[in-house]
Design a protein around this ligand. Sequence first.
Ligand code: PLP
Length: 393
Amino acid sequence: MAQNIGTSTRSLHADDALNVVSDVAPPMHLATTFRYSDDPAKLFPVADLSDSGLDPTSHIYSRASAPNPTRFETILSALLNGTAISYSSGLSALHAALTLLNPRRISVGEGYHGCHGVIALFTRLTGLQKLPLDCPADQLEAGDVILLETPLNPKGTAYDIASYAQKAHSRGAYIIVDGTFAPPGLQDPFLWGADLVMHSGSKYFGGHSDILCGVLATQNEDWSKQLFHDRVFLGSVMGNMESWLGVRSLRTLEVRVQRQSKNTARLVQWLATALHAPNAAPGSDEAAVQSVLGEVFHASLQDEGEWLKKQMPNGFGPVFSICMKEEDLAKTLPSKLHFFQHATSLGGVESLIEWRTMSDATVDRKLLRISIGLENWEDLRNDLVKAFRELRA
Ligand SMILES: Cc1ncc(COP(=O)(O)O)c(C=O)c1O
């Protein structure tokens, strides 16, 4: 799609060429297998097909390709500025990325604990060695990988993609950017040197807390062919129903994420200002915040140079974290809230809060992760303040 076409227009029209029926809403295809042509002249054995000649409206078996996942990938390719390949989950996307690159070393920070689980699997199978994210460049060798998650789970703080890309490339290594917390519209890792972009599509791409999927995107044509080929044998394809729901969700990606990002910026700003307000009057909202809250984490609060504004010019991710003064306050807060559901995951239209230690053994037990949805931000603020007051009552 032309470079000057906007994100929402891409979401709505990148798949126009796949409209083979007159339905305005794309149909769901549940078939696992597809009839070959009745015309013998149109039967082409797979060995005679070239990758470039493949017709995206023609399918053989759904572990290789199917109409709904293909539509989902077509839209995502236009949104991510690279060929997108979908998977059954974010972690299966990372598994496929490491299968493709098969590095000997991987430099990686904290971030989502599940990604470390995938890395541990590879360590068991291949001896993959884990290095810290800020290891000296000369510990990396050609073919190694930096896995950079930005913004970072669970705090929502951001890292400079260009500087890590430069470090990787100076050694002939590659950089995979896990951009789950900043979907298209907020951040394009390819602009800053990413070799592979990864997303847990279970978050903002799905956007309604009802599908599990993952995505890889690359601008390297050989890699995208290999990834499609590998996926046939990994078998980690996205389901038909999930990708049908995924297409429906992508249509509204930009408006959802913009609103979620704005809501988050307002709420984070309000909380941080209240937390640091001097001489808070007894009984005030600020005093309620200061009585229970220890710290707020989010990219919008980072005091960083120009790179952050350039990397995220349209706003920051809709996830942030708070640290309470005591563990018990963190454990109790979710039960006092009405508009935040106590659950893991993020990226849906409804706001979630998670006492993070429930699902991540590695984090501070005073930490709560918050994923902001589409509610009116003032209602979320009032809900939090009321809960803070109740905690100290
Ligand atoms: C940053 C990040 N990457 C990857 C994943 C894994 O995605 P999935 O749960 O779709 O496998 C998650 C899930 O929470 C995540 O937050």
